[in-house]
Design a protein around this ligand. Structure first.
Ligand SMILES: Cc1cc2nc3c(=O)[nH]c(=O)nc-3n(C[C@H](O)[C@H](O)[C@H](O)COP(=O)(O)OP(=O)(O)OC[C@H]3O[C@@H](n4cnc5c(N)ncnc54)[C@H](O)[C@@H]3O)c2cc1C
Length: 464
């Protein structure tokens, strides 16, 4: 990897320029190099990994962004395995904790057994949701049979129409905050259904055992990206935001603050709103420009609290907790081993978190952990948090918050190439959109399409 600021000054020409060094960009470059193409990956941040980023708490590397993989996430698992990264099971032994309507309870399994009536209602709403999810065309949700109807209302309005009880609604609000970084009222029903379908349905989305939260990487997910980038060497250039992409019938010219790179094609892997930060010449068609403006990123924050030992395990608790009040809404045990340190990873609602000082954020998190896990939770040995909405470059995550009408209006532009500019990135995936797995698949797909196009053009030149 190199930094543009001091080492790259000359004009460069390659087969393909890749914009962004998250999993989509790195996978595209990795695949193109394996097919003998010359590539340059330009990354705006001073690090690789994008929405995969590591931090350290009590001397343990932790995932500030993407964490888990399911057994079905074969593309990211293959990449990680080639990079020599190792999986560990998400700890899930014991009872989970629930803080709802001011009361603490413990329960076993994914769905809190609050009362028989609540269980029945959650099962009813989940069944209805799964029925709608099954009707979604995962590759083109906007072409699904009832797409217009589903895109005209928010997920929250649908819950109202279903007369979801407050407990069911609280559960679905947690789902919405984790998946789309917003409340159910801010996201279109169609967008929600598309993402649930993409990640294998409601059960697979929520479960630890056999679901999306089954395993995580000991070395962290950003380490996978770092190792892939190391293999790509000087082909990955950090601290180099792409400002402009111009094209004609012969190729593209990609401009950064300090240089112009010419290539036959470009693959842009940035998240949808960040497409709007790049000037395209010729300009993007109306629908593609509308997509970049209207598919804004959601926001999610995370805090990690470390203790001498995972003390909750001795009390028969898994470290998995759900709450419907305050800033923390989910907790998980991400301790490296039983002997310590014990680490609780918490998801925090940015609206009641990001604006406060680091000290205030820490005390808010600790107060809620004491509610869930008792007084021992008030005496940590270390603390770390990360507010994705406050990132100075490419802020937000995990996924776009797409409101009513924006999926049917702009969705078709997600993957439609703009001449010699192709799109990748997890948002452009069908199956596994929103996951690292989707990002890897889209990078590989774009690489293969471009390699085929380059081969076709070479044959045409020879035939002349
Ligand atoms: C808090 C959080 C938790 C998550 N949890 C999980 C999880 O448990 N499991 C899972 O599978 N996924 C999870 N995700 C989602 C996962 O991180 C993403 O799906 C995946 O990493 C996206 O990869 P990508 O390459 O498509 O995009 P990104 O990772 O966003 O990469 C795009 C890159 O483009 C760069 N860029 C933007 N604009 C420019 C420009 N103009 N010039 C140059 N570079 C530019 C950005 O800096 C970024 O590095 C989580 C995400 C977050 C934020």
């Amino acid at each position: 990897m190199s930094s543009s600021r001091n080492t790259r000054t000359k004009a460069v020409s390659v087969d393909v320029v890749v914009v962004g060094a998250g999993f989509a960009g790195l996978s595209a470059a990795d695949r193109l190099v394996s097919m003998g193409k010359s590539v340059l990956v330009l990354e705006g941040r001073d690090r690789v990994g994008g929405r995969s980023f590591s931090g350290e708490v009590a001397g343990v590397r932790v995932d500030l962004g993407a964490t888990w993989v399911s057994r079905r996430h074969t593309a990211i698992r293959d990449l990680a395995s080639r990079a020599g990264c190792t999986l560990t099971a998400q700890f899930a032994e014991g009872r989970n904790v629930l803080w709802m309507a001011g009361r603490r309870r413990t329960y076993q399994g994914t769905i809190p057994k609050v009362s028989p009536a609540v269980l029945v209602d959650m099962a009813r709403v989940q069944l209805a949701l799964n029925k709608l999810v099954a009707s979604i065309d995962v590759e083109a949700a906007w072409n699904s049979p009832q797409a217009s109807e589903f895109d005209a209302i928010s997920f929250g309005e649908w819950l109202d129409r279903k007369h979801a009880t407050p407990a069911t609604r609280a559960m679905m609000t947690i789902v919405s905050k984790v998946q789309w970084g917003c409340s159910p009222g801010d996201v279109s029903l169609l967008h929600a259904l598309r993402y649930i379908r993409a990640v294998g349905g409601v059960d697979h989305m929520l479960d630890v055992e056999g679901g999306q939260q089954q395993e995580r990487y000991v070395e962290t997910t950003q380490e996978i990206a770092k190792r892939v980038a190391e293999q790509l060497g000087d082909r990955v250039v950090l601290g180099t935001p792409v400002r402009r992409i111009a094209q004609d019938e012969n190729g593209v010219t990609v401009s950064t603050d300090s240089e112009e790179i010419t290539a036959k094609y470009a693959i842009v892997t940035v998240a949808t709103p960040q497409r709007a930060e790049i000037e395209f010449s010729p300009a993007l068609p109306e629908q593609a420009a509308g997509l970049a403006k209207n598919w804004r990123m959601g926001i999610l924050s995370k805090a990690f609290v470390a203790y001498e030992k995972p003390f909750w395990r001795a009390n028969g608790l898994s470290g998995e907790g759900l709450t419907d009040t305050g800033t923390v809404f989910i907790t998980f045990d991400v301790s490296p081993e039983a002997g310590g340190p014990g680490i609780l990873m918490t998801f925090c609602d940015p609206r009641v978190f990001d604006g406060f000082s680091p000290e205030r954020r820490r005390s808010m998190v600790l107060e809620q952990l004491v509610q869930l896990y008792g007084t021992q939770a008030g005496a940590p040995i270390d603390y770390l948090d990360h507010c994705w909405g406050e990132e100075p470059f490419a802020p937000g995550g995990p996924n776009p918050t797409v409101g009513p009408y924006a999926t049917t209006t702009y969705g078709p532009a997600l993957t439609e190439p703009h001449g010699r500019v192709h799109w990748a990135g997890t948002e452009t995936a069908g199956e596994w959109a929103g996951c690292m797995n989707g990002a890897v698949l889209t990078g590989q797909r774009a690489a293969e399409r471009i390699a085929a196009a380059v081969a076709r053009e070479s044959q045409e030149v020879l035939a002349r």
